[in-house]
Design a protein around this ligand. Structure first.
Ligand code: FES
Length: 150
C-alpha cells in the first residue's frame, strides 16, 4: 500500500492503494468516476480508455504508480456540460445503441482529433481499431468523427 497523488480532470486526488492497482479501479472504486468502463481487463476492448498526457490509454492495464506521473483526463473531464464537439457529433448522429463502450470510443476519438484535427478514413480506422462495439455502431462513430473534424 502506498499513497499516490493523481491529477485528474484538472483536480488533485490522493489515494492509498497497492502500486499495481489499475488506474481503472482507482477511478471507479476509489474516486467514484464511473464513466470509465470495465470491459475485458486485458487491453483488448477499449471500454476503459482515458487520456494520459493527451494520449488514449487503456486504464485497465495502467498501474496507478505509472499513471500518477502524468496528467489524466476521463470522460467526465472532456467538457463541462457534455458540449465537446465530439459529444455533440455523437448526439447528432445518434451513435450509441447500448452505450456501454461509448465513453471509451469518445475518449479515443477526442485523442485522435486533438492530435490530428483532419483525419482520413484510414487515420480514423487506425485510431479506433482498438475500441470494440458489440452493437456495431462503427459506421455512426466514423460519421460523428468526420462531423467533429475540421
Ligand atoms: Fe481495458 Fe477492455 S477493459 S481494454
Amino acid at each position: 500500500m502506498a499513497t499516490y497523488n493523481l491529477k485528474i480532470n484538472g483536480k488533485k486526488h490522493q489515494v492509498d492503494v497497492d502500486e499495481s492497482t489499475p488506474l481503472l479501479w482507482v477511478l471507479r472504486d476509489h474516486l467514484g468516476m464511473v464513466g470509465t468502463k470495465f470491459g475485458c481487463g486485458v487491453a483488448q476492448c477499449g471500454a476503459c480508455t482515458v487520456h494520459i498526457d493527451g494520449n488514449a490509454t487503456r486504464s485497465c492495464v495502467t498501474p496507478v504508480s505509472v499513471a500518477s506521473e502524468y496528467t489524466i483526463t476521463t470522460i467526465e473531464g472532456i467538457s463541462e456540460n457534455g458540449d465537446h464537439p465530439v459529444q455533440k457529433a455523437w448526439i447528432e448522429h445518434d451513435v450509441p445503441q447500448c452505450g456501454y463502450c461509448q465513453a471509451g470510443q469518445i475518449m479515443s476519438a477526442t485523442a485522435l482529433l486533438k492530435n490530428n484535427p483532419s483525419p482520413t478514413d484510414e487515420d480514423i480506422d487506425n485510431a479506433m481499431s482498438g475500441n470494440i462495439c458489440r452493437c456495431g455502431t462503427y459506421t455512426r462513430i466514423k460519421k460523428a468523427i468526420k462531423t467533429a473534424s475540421n
